[in-house]
Design a protein around this ligand. Structure first.
Ligand code: TYD
Length: 400
């Protein structure tokens, strides 16, 4: 048992995953000789009391999300389709024809760009503002918290649906966030959250999902506990098998305001059968095994004269590459579509990021490492005739 206390309930927590000291995933460097400034102690622990997996030493959010946060979700056709489908589902399920919706962190469009009702986004990332303007998505250029929520409820509107994707797990202060949600949510409104599902993450061995923006991993019990703390309850869940390697969409409402779907109990039963804590006890060994196999394979490819390149300078890749100690000798380059990443270097390992447009020039017999494995279908369809090295759920080669 460690001396750390649960961020939510204050009970002692038990360290289960230790990825050593890691650089912040988005602290890309301008030169290969630059010194990494931002590191954190990458230890995740388990709270037996509320079943919340959590990063013990949470780096300061103002550094994690500093400056020009480079990620633009709309660059993925798959994510656009996902947002379009989600918008339609929410519109129909909660009858938004006369309604209002708020998205926390729509990034460069999110679901709001596809909703034909009154909408409002909270988006602190400056790079996204002109894109939201261009798409005609009204937004507040600020982060969402209790203060900005109160002001919004008074000056703008309260919403029937408040939606956020891949946000909740990155916020240490869940209290401030949930209190804010209650401020902007109508009395019978629904709070809809999407995040990678910790059961899927562990089941598929995806330990690279643990990076600096991942403060929490939610089980159904954890989410029910959190909701209860704020007078809410989980009323429905949707399993999203393709998103980020497996995500869950949680629907929450104030207690007693909405019927509870049988999906919630079904997930709870499946969740208890999975025995997450037992799996977590063996997770560290599995992480070490995969890292060793991965680095050995890269060394073998180098020694046999194979050309190796990375595809997708994801946040996730930073965890794997740093934990496995992969350097430019083993992986000389990673290609990526994000303009603000091109020309920079991955933190910790200092591997250069090149424009994905140049990927076409990579020899056909090169081995390509697929870092955004959650976008495999889209990438394989576009980049045909390539040989890929994948590492989850186990090290394997695939052809596109
Ligand atoms: P994502 O899996 O969303 O990553 P993470 O949340 O771990 O950063 O992938 C986003 C990154 O992958 C982003 O840097 C863009 C890059 N990418 C490509 O280079 N090409 C592609 O076809 C896709 C889908 C992503």
């Amino acid at each position: 048992m460690s001396s750390y206390k649960c961020h939510l309930c204050g009970s002692p927590v038990e360290a289960v995953v230790d990825l050593h000291v890691q650089p912040l995933a988005n602290s890309l460097l301008d030169s290969p000789d630059a010194i990494d400034q931002n590191w954190y102690n990458a230890v995740w622990a388990w709270c037996r009391q509320c079943e919340l997996l959590q990063l013990t030493d949470v780096p300061d959010a103002s550094i994690v999300f500093a400056g020009d946060y480079p990620y633009l979700s709309g660059q993925s056709e798959y994510m656009n389709q996902h947002f379009r489908k989600t918008a339609k589902m929410l519109y129909d399920k909660y009858d938004l024809s006369m309604g209002r919706a708020i998205e926390i962190g729509p990034n460069d469009g999110g679901i709001l760009q596809y909703l034909s009702c009154s909408v409002l986004g909270f988006e602190p990332a400056e790079a996204c503002w002109p894109i939201l303007d261009e798409k005609g998505v009204p937004h507040r250029q600020m982060k969402f918290d209790l203060r900005s929520a109160r002001e919004t409820a008074a000056v703008w509107f309260k919403a029937d649906v408040v939606y956020t994707a891949n946000t909740l797990r990155s916020l240490k202060d869940l209290r401030d966030f949930f209190m804010g949600v209650l401020e902007v949510l109508n009395d019978d409104g629904v709070f809809v959250v999407e995040d990678p599902y910790i059961i899927d993450v562990v089941n598929r061995n995806e330990f690279d999902q643990f990076y600096s923006e991942c403060v929490y991993g939610f089980t159904i019990t954890a989410m029910q506990n959190i909701a209860r703390m704020f007078g809410m309850e989980v009323i429905d869940v949707d399993e999203l098998t393709d998103n980020h390697g497996g995500s869950l969409r949680w629907h929450m409402a104030r207690v007693g305001k909405r019927p509870i779907s049988p999906n919630v109990e079904a997930l709870k039963v499946a969740n208890s059968e999975f025995a997450l804590k037992d799996k977590l006890n063996r997770f560290q060994q599995m992480i070490d095994d995969i890292s060793v196999l991965f680095v050995d394979e890269l060394a073998h490819l180098r020694d046999t004269g194979k050309s190796v390149v990375g595809y997708g300078a994801t946040s996730k890749s930073v965890t794997l590459l740093n934990y496995a100690n992969v350097d430019v000798e083993l992986l000389p380059v990673v290609y990526d579509t994000t303009p603000s990443k091109v020309g920079k270097f991955l933190p910790g390992v200092h591997i250069p990021i090149r424009d994905a447009k140049e990927f076409a020039d990579v020899p056909r017999d090169a081995i390509c490492i697929l870092f955004p494995y959650n976008h495999q279908r889209e990438i394989f369809e576009r980049e045909k005739g390539r040989r890929w090295l994948v590492y989850f759920p186990k090290l394997d080669y695939k052809e596109s």
